[in-house]
Design a protein around this ligand. Structure first.
Ligand SMILES: Cc1cc2nc3c(=O)[nH]c(=O)nc-3n(C[C@H](O)[C@H](O)[C@H](O)COP(=O)(O)OP(=O)(O)OC[C@H]3O[C@@H](n4cnc5c(N)ncnc54)[C@H](O)[C@@H]3O)c2cc1C
Length: 248
């Protein structure tokens, strides 16, 4: 990885870090996205290229064949799938603040297994302080005690990314954020499935390409997942992969 550095034990090397307290550390150059801005831009690109959106609650992925005329293929990107017993939510609570971190993003796994991270959001999007990873917890309620803990723990890493004029204990909280990471035992399901029987009225020639269960890495893996999905879609429709790829 370009510009990467590793630090073990008391070795020196990580920018500004007191390595006496670090067991293992990595520093590297990478992308940092502001998800609302990034997703809005992806949606805009889709629409500009002729894509259309409809919003429906589905009881099954096969039901998607009924929501429009002449549906050629369905891609099931529903996060946790439909009744997949391997899927479960991993709750994450974070705090959006008015801080303007400048030194990149910092993540630390603490001795007790918990995580502290500071993520700047470009385009004046503030700074996210986080965060929890709570497997099989589907509560979308904000826990005020967790907010306090996250802010307190992040004070110990603020010097790596916040300018000296800013500090977490003076931050204004803009929003508490709770999200559910769509997690799947064994990893994502990325495969094509042909309809087994006609009991759902869809017909045996229909196929669904599944792409769900990304857990906490859905953004980072999204371009690779999309490549795999495009290959499966090309196979399912018996068309050239280059044609499918060029469309998106
Ligand atoms: C606190 C937190 C921190 C995170 N940090 C990172 C990170 O650092 N890096 C990273 O890569 N990822 C991160 N993620 C994870 C990332 O958000 C997920 O991996 C990603 O959202 C998964 O995208 P997805 O589109 O597969 O699923 P989702 O975002 O869950 O989208 C699924 C979609 O399917 C729709 N849907 C579901 N069921 C139905 C139904 N029955 N009918 C109709 N529509 C339905 C939903 O409405 C939704 O729009 C984080 C998540 C959280 C909560």
């Amino acid at each position: 990885m370009q510009g990467s550095r590793v630090s073990r034990g008391a070795a020196s090397g990580l920018r500004g870090a007191d390595t006496r307290f670090i067991h293992l550390g990595f520093e590297y150059d990478t992308f940092c996205v502001n998800p609302p801005v990034y997703c809005a831009n992806l949606l805009r690109s889709f629409i500009v290229r002729g894509g259309k959106c409809v919003e429906r609650h589905l009881h099954s992925e096969w039901e998607a064949y009924d929501i429009a005329a002449n549906v050629g293929l369905v891609v099931n990107a529903s996060g946790m799938g439909f009744g997949d017993s391997k899927c479960f939510p991993t709750r994450g609570q974070t705090v959006l603040t008015n801080l303007e971190a400048t030194g990149g993003t910092v993540t630390r796994q603490n001795k007790d297994g918990s995580w502290s991270f500071i993520i700047p959001r470009f385009l004046n999007g503030g700074t996210v302080i986080g965060g929890t990873k709570q497997p099989r917890d589907s509560s979308s309620e904000v826990d005020p005690a967790t907010r306090e803990l996250l802010l307190r723990n992040a004070c110990t890493i603020e010097s790596y990314t916040l300018p000296s004029s800013q500090a977490i204990d003076t931050a204004k909280v803009i929003a508490d954020i709770v999200g559910l990471r769509p997690t799947r035992e064994g990893g994502m399901r990325i495969e094509a499935e042909r309809n087994k029987d006609d009991s759902n009225g869809v017909g045996p020639s229909r196929q669904v390409v599944h792409a769900y269960g990304a857990g906490g890495r859905g953004f980072e893996t999204s371009w690779g997942v999309a490549e795999l999905v495009a290959e499966l879609v090309a196979d399912a429709l018996a068309v050239d992969y280059a044609i499918v790829r060029a469309k998106f």
